[in-house]
Write a protein that binds this ligand. Structure first.
Ligand SMILES: [Zn+2]
Length: 134
């Protein structure tokens, strides 16, 4: 939760420049103007230096798989229709790590991936696929 009480929006760059253009879904990052540290989680400050001057920028969506697992039993009955599905931790090329959905099979640790977005339940989630399958 942000200090203003709104839940963080993980799918929209506040710069309004998702991969498909203005207003489309896209990963966003916050870069500290004081020290250059990059973060994905929304915080009103930089965890590296404590600075509060952050610039939100669109991220490329490209990265490398750090870890991956398959979910066979969804956390709620309404999401069970999506199972099995994959969940990956991805190291973005800009230097932050993020969680994304992925195919249940065919995504390996160390694989280069790119990010799109897919409907999942009531929202959109980041969805990564290997670069060589896209
Ligand atoms: Zn900083």
């Amino acid at each position: 939760m942000r200090p203003d009480g709104d839940p963080p929006d993980w799918t929209q760059s506040s710069a309004g420049k998702g991969p498909a253009g203005k207003g489309s879904a896209g990963l966003a990052l916050a870069r500290c103007r004081a020290c250059g540290h990059v973060q994905y989680l929304r915080r009103p400050f930089c965890p590296a230096c404590g600075g509060e001057d952050l610039a939100v920028e669109p991220a490329s969506g490209r990265g490398t798989v750090y870890a991956v697992t398959a979910v066979a039993r969804a956390p709620s009955p309404d999401l069970q229709a999506f199972a099995p599905y994959g969940i990956a931790l991805v190291d973005a090329e800009e230097g932050f790590r993020f969680m994304a959905h992925c195919p249940a099979e065919g995504v390996a640790i160390g694989a280069p991936v790119r990010t799109t977005f897919r409907a999942f339940g009531a929202g959109l989630v980041p969805f990564v696929t290997p670069e060589d399958l896209s």
